[in-house]
Design a protein around this ligand. Structure first.
Ligand SMILES: [Zn+2]
Length: 660
């Protein structure tokens, strides 16, 4: 094989907008070949995207490609996906390619043990009729060999995983080269799904996420590119792997907000999974017990197939849900568990069953306040309150990771009168332990100090019945199976509703519903007590009735009236910099230069919830567009119409999930 033309275009894995010309030299090159090429004063990894006989710009003296790596080529469709994602989210193509090349360099020491082949004929669980019919629909879609998206919609415990495993088994049997990607919203859950996969298919699947060791990362990348890994389970970055024959993408817990990458290279992994499936002409399955409003809307509009799993697997019953009115039955001073919830925990302990107390707030207390002068402890250069972590004795900023030892005295007035205000999971665990001294109380939290290993061990202990009361953040709302768990207490259901966020109600509905769904998954009936100061709130009422249809109707009506997603599109624009005056002036410039066009509205500039992070000032604008408008075209025109000082950064976030 010889290189077809003297000049190769190479897209570098650097924040560059397009491919550059290089002399091909003596190397045998093909489109997709991973190469190293000079870039400025250094060397950069890149991919050959094409060839030409003459340089694009004859005045530039071209440099030669340094070397062609002995690594498999990146498939065309993977490159198409990289370009599409860059265009949609308005990122430089090279920055997106960088994601796709993580693990592309050949391993120094290649691993001897290959990635084991999953066995589709290893016996799985028998499916109930509704699971069987959903799996059959997916099987048919896979046989059709065309792009389609399906919402796999079933209450917690209805057997969504078994159902999509059946579809995977069908595909692996039919097509000896087919590859499957299962996305999960976080690492702990990848491990959980991975273990169930290993049981079902008698083979440990490769797990892909930010924390895997470099050698393993390279091994997985190469195996995927050589079609020697048939199924990968991973977090959102697994979307960029160089699959040869990707036929099926599963997005587990598709409603989960952690699918949205919010910093740097912003993208929504669920939506990008649908896009990748489209490019690959593959089948995409979005699975959830509480699907996002967008997905429910797409299913209702017949854009997505809708598969409902009716019954709970194994005959388990729905939990009994009750609101605890915190005004009528308040907790004792300085405590956070109201009498009805304490009573329920006592009863559960007496039966030898497990309780889960849910609070979506890490640490011990969200605020440290001086009783003498009223000073509130914040991170330097920010306005964010520091969260107390008692087991480490530190105050932590959850936004930036800044931490310091908790001082004895107030840094403002010097008095030793600092008090912890409000509860985090650590404080709830302390209260539970004081109230029930003989109970085994543990915390499950995506804490800075908790490694995935610790989290996995704690989940295992809970499953094995070695914990009586588990106090947990949102992590516990996801997928895990605890057969002896029969009581769920939601410590503060109002927390989500206080967020400055258009999805606050949706998120509260999802979290409460999912956490409550943890109770009574096996044969034992479960109950959930939900503490709220606002029991008449629409969201609370629909949660209690488990009336998703009513909730969705109310929420969609509201969004339609405002032209918000899914009835319109949003783009958040964040301007940031070290000097407040410059940031404000830049935000004004952006507002002034935004193109005037029918169907587009611009709001702001406004001060976001976090107006200053790590000493950097921030201002936000919000663009709203009618459906069917060319949002990317609008953004492109806008970006060419202003000039800003280099000290100011502008970030566009297409389809933002939150507005902090
Ligand atoms: Zn003070």
């Amino acid at each position: 094989m010889t290189t077809p033309a003297p000049i190769a275009t190479v897209l570098l894995a650097r924040p560059v907008p397009q491919a550059y010309d290089y002399l091909a030299g003596d190397a045998d090159l093909a489109v997709g070949q991973v190469v190293r090429a000079p870039f400025g004063n250094s060397q950069a990894l890149g991919v050959v995207t094409g060839f030409r006989d003459r340089p694009e710009n004859p005045d530039v003296r071209l440099k030669a490609i340094t070397e062609a790596l002995t690594t498999p080529a990146v498939p065309n469709r993977t490159l198409d996906f990289v370009r599409w994602l860059a265009w949609y989210n308005q990122h430089p193509e090279g920055a997106v390619l960088k994601m796709a090349l993580r693990g592309a360099e050949p391993a120094k020491r290649p691993r001897k043990t290959p990635i084991p082949e999953p066995n589709p004929d290893h016996p799985g669980r028998t499916l109930n009729p509704s699971q069987h019919s959903a799996a059959a629909s997916l099987g048919q879609a896979l046989d059709d060999h065309m792009f389609s998206t399906w919402l796999l919609d079933g209450v917690t415990g209805s057997g969504k995983t078994e159902t999509y495993f059946a579809a995977i088994a069908h595909l692996l049997r039919r097509d000896p080269t087919a590859q499957v990607l299962v996305l999960t919203p976080e690492i702990a859950l990848s491990g959980d799904v991975g273990a169930r996969f290993a049981d079902r298919f008698a083979a440990e699947p490769p797990l892909w996420h930010a924390d895997i060791a470099e050698g393993r990362r390279k091994q997985i990348w190469q195996a995927v590119a050589r079609n020697q890994a048939r199924c990968v389970i991973g977090a959102r970055s697994a979307l960029f792997l160089p699959f040869q024959n990707l036929r099926l993408i599963i997005v587990d817990e598709e409603h989960d907000s952690s699918y949205k990458q919010e910093e740097g290279l912003t993208y929504h992994a669920r939506d990008m999974a649908v896009a990748r499936a489209h490019i690959e002409q593959a089948v995409c399955v979005l699975a959830s017990a509480t699907p996002s409003l967008e997905s429910q809307w797409n299913a209702a509009a017949s854009k997505y197939g809708h598969l409902r799993l009716g019954e709970r697997a194994g005959g388990a019953q729905k939990p009994d849900l009750q609101l605890v009115d915190m005004r009528a039955t308040p907790p004792d001073n300085g405590t956070f568990l109201a009498p009805p919830l304490r009573q329920a925990i006592a009863e559960t302990l007496a039966k030898g069953e497990q309780s889960l107390l849910f609070l979506n707030r890490r640490g011990y207390a969200p605020l440290t306040l001086c009783r003498t002068c009223g000073h509130r402890l914040t991170a330097p250069g920010g306005e964010n309150y520091l969260v107390e972590h008692k087991h480490t004795g530190r105050l932590v900023c959850h936004l930036t990771g800044f931490s310091m030892r908790k001082p004895k005295a107030c840094p403002e007035c010097g008095e030793e009168t600092l008090v912890s205000v409000g509860p985090g999971v650590e404080r709830i665990a302390e209260e539970a332990q004081e109230t029930f001294p003989d109970a085994r109380v543990e915390i499950l939290s995506s804490d800075l100090s908790d490694t995935p290993k610790v989290v996995a061990a704690r989940l295992k202990a809970m499953e094995a019945g070695e914990i009586d009361i588990l106090v947990a953040t949102q992590m516990a709302a996801k997928g895990h199976n605890f057969p002896n768990l029969t009581l769920v207490g939601v410590v503060d259901a109002d927390l989500g509703l206080r967020g400055a966020d258009l999805r606050a109600a949706e998120r509260t509905f999802q979290v409460v519903n999912q956490v409550a769904g943890r109770a009574g998954r096996a044969e034992k009936p479960g109950r959930a007590l939900i503490q709220t100061y606002d029991p008449d709130n629409t969201t609370m009422q629909t949660v209690i009735r488990q009336d998703r249809e009513a909730f969705v109707r109310a929420e969609l009506n509201e969004r339609q009236a405002l032209g918000l997603p899914p009835f319109g599109r949003l783009v958040a624009v964040v301007v940031s910099g070290k000097t407040l005056g410059q940031v404000e002036a830049a935000a004004e410039t952006l507002a002034r230069t935004a193109p005037q066009a029918a169907g587009f509205d611009l709001y702001g500039p406004a001060e976001p919830v976090h107006g200053r992070i790590r000493g950097v000032w921030r201002r936000r604008l919000l663009l709203r567009a009618d459906l069917g408008k060319d949002v990317q075209g609008y953004l492109k025109a806008w970006r060419q119409s202003y000039r800003l000082p280099r000290s100011v950064t502008v970030q566009f976030d297409v389809d933002p999930q939150s507005f902090f």
